[in-house]
Write a protein that binds this ligand. Structure first.
Ligand SMILES: CCCCCCCCCCCCCCCCCC(=O)SCCNC(=O)CCNC(=O)[C@H](O)C(C)(C)COP(=O)(O)OP(=O)(O)OC[C@H]1O[C@@H](n2cnc3c(N)ncnc32)[C@H](O)[C@@H]1OP(=O)(O)O
Length: 425
């Protein structure tokens, strides 16, 4: 087995699926292979535990010694992907493990035990207080196999309903936790069914649709009060070499260092004497909570009537290394300022709108670093029938096309109370 095959095998072991891909790769370098003949002892009661043992192939029987309190417990058999020697508080084996057939195991020696503890959002047991806000938002609590619980944090951007990007990011995080770590998401398709309630947790149920050699597919349902409020289908692929071209050209825009961030734009709106006093006062009154995503706009959005928008964005702070995490962060960020672009040509003084994302698709073409600047190029080719359609492209600083996106959103004039017919009786 070469290093990649070992990593792929370990990615299928349920115990390790809560770990980031980077830890699984390090575990793959540290494991030793051990062979046993039928009838041979793999572990003996009272002998020291020398590490985590994972069955690679063959079968082993666990038998409880007659002298112990658990003597009446029936013996049971360990198969491929099963493991022992981890999670017991004892430094010696409490049971005998005997090979039933020819048996091959991976053993992770005790000195590498720390690799089983991780400090990223993928760690099931730990609440990542010390991590970036972005990682805290994407942190999920595992409830059962393939079922996770996510929250809307008070510090996270909240709108009238659960933010669509949060649903996409958290659902993708849930799906990613169930996929072998060598496979990364390359496409996702989401539908928003019911507006989510910010004040209650969201349950993410992952369905393992398929695990192929190169690809894996997952469907995720997000639920509140027993109702499915959102669904996501995501496809994951193992890295492979193939044909290459890029016809999309990154627009010529100033680098992010030369552009104002949102805080500076707000400051300018409050203090610039060229804006009317009333406008400046109302800008000052608006509650401002910095988003976990930093943005730099390539043009002044206050005078923007074209159905397009270009801005640079990146996650605030340094994210953990895991490539799956970076894709979840980009998915989260992609819905923050997106479908609103379809309203640009229709903006007028006093216009009040009611907008909701309806669906969202993404294709990840190349590896992405979400804590480094990406240029988000958004265009709206059409608005019709109460629906605005937007397409997006994300480029890295080198001009490589990293992600392509599409979305349709409900865009209506907001109903005023008088517009709703009231019953006469
Ligand atoms: C240079 C600097 C620049 C700086 C810029 C900084 C700018 C900052 C701006 C920040 C913006 C950030 C935006 C982020 C937005 C993210 C998008 C999301 O998260 S979206 C979240 C993700 N997406 C979701 O959560 C969507 C989830 N899906 C759904 O909610 C539903 O499937 C549905 C509503 C889409 C359709 O359901 P269906 O039952 O067929 O629909 P019905 O037609 O029957 O309407 C139902 C009800 O909706 C209501 N209402 C409707 N129209 C209006 C209106 N005009 N008026 C008022 N209300 C309206 C009404 O209550 C109505 O009931 P009723 O009064 O009639 O009784």
């Amino acid at each position: 087995m070469d290093q990649e095959e070992v990593t792929e095998f370990l990615g299928q072991v349920p115990l390790l699926q809560r770990l980031p891909g980077s830890s699984i790769r390090r575990i793959a370098e540290a494991v030793q292979v051990k062979h046993y003949e039928p009838g041979e002892y793999v572990a003996r009661e009272g002998e020291p535990v020398d590490g985590l043992c994972i069955i690679l192939d063959g079968q082993a029987e666990v038998s409880t010694p007659a002298s112990t309190e658990e003597a009446n417990r029936p013996d049971y058999v360990l198969n491929k992907y099963d493991y022992f020697g981890y999670g017991t508080n004892s430094s010696v084996h409490q049971v005998n493990v005997i090979a039933v057939s020819k048996l091959n195991c991976f053993v992770l020696p005790n000195q590498y035990g720390h690799l089983l503890q991780t400090k990223t959002i993928w760690n099931a047991e730990e609440t990542p207080e010390n991590h970036t806000l972005m990682e805290q938002i994407l942190h999920l609590e595992p409830l059962e196999l393939d079922i996770f619980r996510g929250f809307t944090l008070p510090e996270a951007p909240t709108f009238r309903q659960v933010f669509g990007g949060q649903l996409i990011g958290q659902a993708l995080a849930a799906a990613s936790k169930t996929v072998d770590c060598l496979k990364l998401v390359h496409s996702l398709h989401a539908i928003f069914l019911i507006a989510g309630d910010n004040n209650m947790p969201i349950i993410y149920q992952v369905h393992r649709e398929r695990d192929g050699t190169s690809f894996a597919t997952r469907k995720v349902e997000a639920k509140q009060k027993g109702l499915v409020i959102f669904t996501l289908t995501a496809s994951f692929q193992k890295e492979e070499l193939g044909f290459e071209h890029q016809a999309a050209i990154m627009p010529d825009v100033p680098p992010p260092e030369q552009l104002l961030n949102m805080e500076e734009i707000r400051e300018r709106r409050i203090t610039d004497p060229r804006f009317p006093m009333q406008y400046r006062n109302s800008a000052a009154k608006k509650k401002f909570v910095p988003w976990p995503i930093e943005m730099r706009f390539c043009e002044d959005s206050t005078s923007q009537h074209e159905p397009s928008l270009y801005y640079w964005f990146r996650a605030r702070g340094k994210l953990s290394e895991d490539p799956a995490l970076h894709r979840c962060v980009v998915a989260y960020a992609s819905d923050l300022l997106y479908s609103g672009v379809s309203l640009n040509p229709h903006r007028e003084r006093g216009l009040k709108t009611f907008t909701l994302s309806l669906d969202h698709s993404m294709w990840f073409h190349k590896p992405v670093k979400a804590d480094d600047w990406l240029l988000y190029v958004i265009d709206s080719p059409s608005a019709h029938g109460g629906r605005g359609f937007v397409t997006g492209r994300m480029f890295n600083r080198q001009g490589e096309l990293i992600v392509s996106l599409t979305q349709e959103a409900l865009i209506r004039r907001a109903k005023t109370p008088g517009q709703t017919p009231r019953p006469k009786l």
